[in-house]
Design a protein around this ligand. Sequence first.
Ligand SMILES: Nc1ncnc2c1ncn2[C@@H]1O[C@H](COP(=O)(O)OP(=O)(O)OP(=O)(O)O)[C@@H](O)[C@H]1O
Ligand SMILES: [Mg+2]
Length: 255
Amino acid sequence: MSDATAIEQSRIIDHPMHNRAQSLLPLKVSSLSYSIRQRALLHNIDLELTISGITAILGHNGAGKSLLLRLLHGLIAPTSGTVLWHDRAVAELEVRKKQAMVFQKPFVLRRSVAANIDYVLALRHAASRDTRDKLLRDANLLDKAKQSATSLSGGEQQRLAIARALATDPSVIFLDEPTASMDPAATAAIEQQLQSVNRQGIKIILVTHDIAQARRLADDIVFLHQGAIAEHTPAEEFFARAHSTAAQHYLDGQL
Ligand SMILES: Nc1ncnc2c1ncn2[C@@H]1O[C@H](COP(=O)(O)OP(=O)(O)OP(=O)(O)O)[C@@H](O)[C@H]1O
Ligand SMILES: [Mg+2]
């Protein structure tokens, strides 16, 4: 390899938009099914995610969105089929370590805001005041570092939960309805945080019932209907004219 090529390669690798998510992508899901007591809750899921943008998973209540998120994250194992991240099984520790999950109800530890971040950094032997302060600054929580985490508002707790997920240094973050029941200002603050996270090269896979949010954030839409993927479409195209009847009805507010 010439010096110029070596420099170019290291520049690309160092650039945040190119590392992180690229080390886990593409995600390839093949013939995935998930059943409980003979009931197929997800069936014949094939999905390929190649870009490190924001993917939104949409669908009616009970369509299987949360189950799919858990399967992609390896929290539950499929009944049949495979989930591969960059050709590696989701069950591999190295794959799991690069993923973080944020739930609808923010989960914070009963200690100060700063200590919530310190706890995670210490787990991966990366404790550093600078790293912690940067994470809190990005979450717009630095001025509340000493406050007890449980005294934060719901929106602030969710920003802390996202900052704590980032403290694990993930390549992919999964979020299951992260702004449900939040007011427009709290929602906007979290959306800004997610966009900034994504600009750092971290892949985001988001379940939401907020269609306007999906329109604002998503690069591509996975639409689930009755346990199957009805379509996977670039967001602009999806909102201009969804391909599947199920998604068209969903967007029209019909059952
Ligand atoms: N542990 C379980 N045992 C039995 N059925 C389950 C289990 N977990 C999920 N289901 C069923 O699987 C289906 C999909 O559930 P899931 O939670 O993925 O839906 P969802 O798309 O996330 O819905 P919502 O928008 O309401 O959150 C539902 O019918 C649910 O009742
Ligand atoms: Mg759900």
